[in-house]
Design a protein around this ligand. Structure first.
Ligand code: ATP
Length: 368
């Protein structure tokens, strides 16, 4: 178990700035997710932690030890990759035992046996130890890969999109399993994914990256409730976030933002007036409000921030995603199936000021 500290970590491939000045700390025994779209620099960051890539600048520390100069084999890290490295001619037992059998000095056989059975139990392979891995399902192969890495008890556990080959139901199961295993063994884990649901459901802290740059580092709740910028506000959340252009006005002692169109009710942002008024650029402003926080009321309610017309309803079982058109902007709101509106209905939509974030169009930064 170790703390991982990245200090000004940078990697350039010629002109490509794969990772730029990345600094963060993953605490002992915590679960860190590196999250972002394809090409944002997640795998390169992971490879600099494992030793497969050398940084152009900056340093990686495991506790107080700088490890940039150490070979991968000297770093005591365990890997699970998407294309799991498994010995297909061996049984599950031999695959699990491998990492201990090659250790110098080699542990006694009964100790290896005890460890193999413990790990097999932990990942759900206790009944499959004698099976040849060629006869296993993709799902069980992934458990073998996880078990092989666990058994050598690395100080740090690195997982690069390990579940992307699995079917959706098993992926959800393995997410919960991995979180349980991590809690049980208490190892520091770094998990690379482009799937925000995976990151949100498992990680203690998430580093959101884009184009090699760290966008925000925080807990799932912080990213969801207090996005640092528009990229994070857009990337996090299982239903696409709503964005609307707004204008800012001061009105004797209070400050408001106003969606386009004369009929919209102003939204009170007095608590952020200084940040909005004092923003560096003279560009426009965009407000966001999550679909889960948009409240549906009757179209003639005085509470309604805007009135919009339903254009689409997506029933998801426990809830519906309602799409409503306001001034050619698609606004998504959540309704319970008992209150399902019909296409063409007029709705009032309430934007609670506490749930509204305001972003500077020029910098993308949240103003608060
Ligand atoms: P993905 O999810 O697609 O794997 P990623 O977020 O892991 O993406 P990286 O693989 O770290 O991103 O790549 C970051 C950037 O660096 C990309 O623009 C990629 O093309 C570039 N890159 C990565 N490895 C190399 C390399 N060996 N040589 C040149 N460019 C590279």
């Amino acid at each position: 178990m170790a703390e991982i500290r990245l200090e000004h970590l940078t990697k350039h491939f010629g002109d490509v700035k794969a990772v730029e000045d990345l600094s963060l700390i993953a605490e002992h025994g915590s679960f860190l997710a590196l999250l972002g779209p394809s090409g944002c620099g997640k795998t390169t960051t992971m490879n600099m932690i494992s030793g497969l890539e050398r940084p152009t600048a900056g340093e990686v520390y495991f506790d107080e030890t700088a490890i940039k100069e150490l070979e991968p084999g000297q770093r005591n890290v365990g890997f699970v990759f998407q294309n799991y490295a498994i010995f297909t001619h061996m049984t599950v037992y031999d695959n699990l035992a491998f990492g201990l059998r090659v250790r110098k000095p080699r542990p006694p056989s009964d100790e290896i046996d005890r460890q193999v059975r413990k790990v097999a139990e932990s990942v759900g392979l206790a009944g499959a130890l004698d099976r040849r891995v060629t006869r296993l399902s993709v799902n069980d192969l992934q458990k073998v890969a996880l078990g092989r890495s666990m058994i050598v008890e690395p100080a740090i556990f690195l997982l690069d999109e390990p579940f992307s080959n699995l079917d959706a139901a098993f992926r959800a199961y393995m997410r919960a399993e991995l979180k349980r295993i991590q809690h049980e063994i208490g190892q520091t884990m770094v998990y690379v994914t482009h799937d925000q649901v995976e990151a949100m459901s498992m990680a203690d802290k998430i580093a959101v990256m884009n184009l090699g740059q760290l966008q925000q580092y925080g807990t799932p709740d912080e990213l969801y409730n207090l996005p640092a910028n528009r990229f994070v506000a857009n990337f996090i959340g299982s239903v696409l976030n709503n964005f609307l252009p707004v204008t800012f006005e001061r009105q004797n002692g209070t400050a408001v933002i106003r969606p386009p169109g004369g009929e919209a009710r102003p939204i009170d942002v007095t608590d952020r007036a200084a940040a909005i008024h004092g923003r560096p650029a003279a560009g426009g402003l965009t407000a966001s409000i999550r679909p889960e926080r948009v409240r549906i009321v009757s179209p003639d309610s005085p509470e309604a921030t805007v009135r919009a017309k339903v254009v689409l309803v997506e029933p998801l079982g426990a809830r519906d995603i309602v799409h409503a058109d306001y001034q050619d902007t698609d606004i998504r709101a959540i309704a319970s199936p008992g209150d399902r509106p019909r296409i063409g209905d007029s709705l009032g939509l309430v934007f609670d000021p506490a749930a509204v974030h305001v972003f500077d169009d020029e910098t993308g930064l949240a103003l608060r």
